[in-house]
Design a protein around this ligand. Structure first.
Ligand code: HEC
Length: 135
């Protein structure tokens, strides 16, 4: 401790230039730290904005159905017989098990595009939404 005290007094008195260089280095270090802090903050803010909206879309079978399925099957799920798009609220569809429905969603060639954009959880949500509109 005694050595440190001597050094810092010397630095203060006789080595002004040296002290200046050191301050510059410290300043750079502070800049680096604050740039890093900004980066971390930016990522945190981005996650804060992105995550709730992602999980919001994923939490809502109705929204999923409207955005991913309604274009073909209709908002009410009645399908378009003229375009050979089956009803999802027909008696046949009601007889399908949840697993059948999920399989149809993920495996039908007609669904190749949307199936890729759905997580297994989202498939379950959309299936339970179909169940809710079948009642
Ligand atoms: C590009 C138009 C299109 C989109 C988008 C679409 N479907 Fe389909 N879907 C079809 C067609 C066409 C069939 C019939 C094809 C077949 O049987 O091979 C079908 C069949 C189905 C079936 C089987 C019904 C039955 O009676 O066998 C289910 C269940 C289904 N779709 C659910 C969904 C769900 C849920 C979504 C949204 C995640 C969706 N579809 C999005 C066109 C579409």
């Amino acid at each position: 401790m005694a050595n440190f005290a001597t050094l810092s007094t010397q630095g203060g008195k006789g080595h002004g230039a040296h002290k200046f260089v050191k301050t510059q280095t410290e300043r750079k270090a502070i800049m680096k730290t604050s740039k890093l802090a900004m980066l971390v903050l930016t990522i945190a803010v981005a996650l804060f904005i992105l995550l709730p909206s992602l999980s919001w879309a994923g939490d809502d079978g109705a929204t999923l159905f409207k955005t991913k399925c309604a274009a073909c099957h209709g908002v009410d799920g009645a399908g378009k017989p003229a375009a050979k798009i089956p009803s999802l609220v027909s008696d046949e569809a009601k007889k399908m098990s949840d697993a059948d429905l999920a399989k149809a969603v993920t495996e039908k060639p007609k669904h190749a595009g949307i199936a890729k954009s759905l997580t297994p959880d989202q498939v379950k949500m959309v299936v339970s939404y179909i169940r809710s509109i079948q009642k």
